[in-house]
Write a protein of this length. Structure first.
Length: 173
């Protein structure tokens, strides 16, 4: 199934991502972290306002996959100071998981964020994932990521993220 993948920059697109984020996060993360932390993180990191701020002020690029005009997944990437790419967000609706759409979205986003002077060759892509999120860790491993570190990050309001850092070397072509 071939999705349409678009970069999201408008207020309407930020709102649509926020709606999809709430659906995915509530379903997937409430059993892992509890609903209060999910609500806090959605408000802080995935509200339409937070997404717009990340795009306009923090150098994030958001991409979304659409099937039949419906947004079914999204990701956010950011180039970092080490010339690698931080995969900050990568989420797919439950009904399209396992169909290869997420892999297409990921490849599109990484390719779009490569430095212009390096359109080919390899680049390091990294992300963080909750240590108890076994399903996502398995997907990331299948995509070629490997665990490189453990991180505990205070995100405020008494919540911490207890994560693994995963990395992969992405080769164009």
């Amino acid at each position: 199934m071939k999705p349409i993948i678009l970069e999201c920059t408008t207020r309407e697109q930020c709102h649509e991502i926020g709606v999809l984020a709430r659906q995915i996060w509530t379903e997937h993360y409430a059993p892992i972290t509890g609903l209060p932390q999910v609500e806090y993180m959605l408000d802080k990191f995935q509200s339409p306002e937070a997404i717009a701020r990340q795009i306009h002020d923090e150098g994030y690029r958001y991409f979304a996959a659409f099937l039949d005009g419906k947004m079914v997944g999204y990701c956010a990437v950011q180039k970092d100071a080490a010339a690698s790419i931080f995969l900050s967000k990568f989420y797919m609706s439950r009904d399209v998981r396992g169909q290869g759409i997420g892999k297409q979205l990921l490849h599109h986003a990484i390719s779009a964020c490569r430095p212009p002077c390096q359109p080919s060759g390899s680049v390091t892509v990294w992300l963080t994932v909750n240590k108890r999120n076994e399903t996502s860790i398995a997907v990331y491993r299948k995509l070629g990521f490997r665990i490189t570190n453990e991180l505990v990050t205070d995100i405020g309001n008494g919540y911490v993220m207890d994560d693994y850092r995963l990395e992969m070397t992405y080769n164009a072509g």
